[in-house]
Design a binder for this molecule. Structure first.
Ligand code: TYC
Length: 98
C-alpha cells in the first residue's frame, strides 16, 4: 500500500536550518594577540589555528571564524563585541548566510 504516514510527511518537511558564517573584519588598532585570544575563547580554536585565522584576516581584510545556526552565530557576535568593547578595541565581526 502506498499511503504515506504522518511521520513520513513530517520527515520530508524537515529542512536543515540556514547556516551563517561569522566573519571577522580587520582594523588597524586591535592587537594581534587579542584577536588570537578571541578566536580561542569564543571559537574554540587552538593557538596555532587561531594565529592562522588572525593573520589571514590581517592580510585579506576579513576571514571566516566559523559557520553556525542563526542564534549561535548571533550570540558569538554579541560575545565578541562586548569583550572587545570591554577592552576598548574596535574589533568588529558580522554574520552572512553561508
Ligand atoms: N590589523 C591588526 C594589527 O595590525 C590585527 C588585526 C587582525 C585586527 C585581525 C583585527 O580582525 C582583526 N594590529
Amino acid at each position: 500500500k502506498s499511503q504515506t504516514t504522518l511521520l513520513e510527511r513530517e520527515t520530508a518537511q524537515v529542512k536543515p536550518p540556514p547556516m551563517f558564517k561569522v566573519v571577522l573584519l580587520n582594523d588597524d588598532f586591535t592587537p594581534m594577540e587579542f584577536v588570537v585570544l578571541i578566536l580561542q575563547k569564543f571559537f574554540s580554536k587552538g593557538h596555532e589555528q587561531a594565529t592562522q585565522i588572525m593573520l589571514n584576516v590581517h592580510q585579506q581584510g576579513r576571514g571566516v571564524c566559523g559557520i553556525y545556526p542563526r542564534d549561535v552565530a548571533s550570540t558569538k557576535i554579541d560575545q565578541v563585541s562586548r569583550f572587545a568593547r570591554q577592552h576598548q578595541h574596535p574589533l568588529q565581526c558580522i554574520m552572512e548566510e553561508a
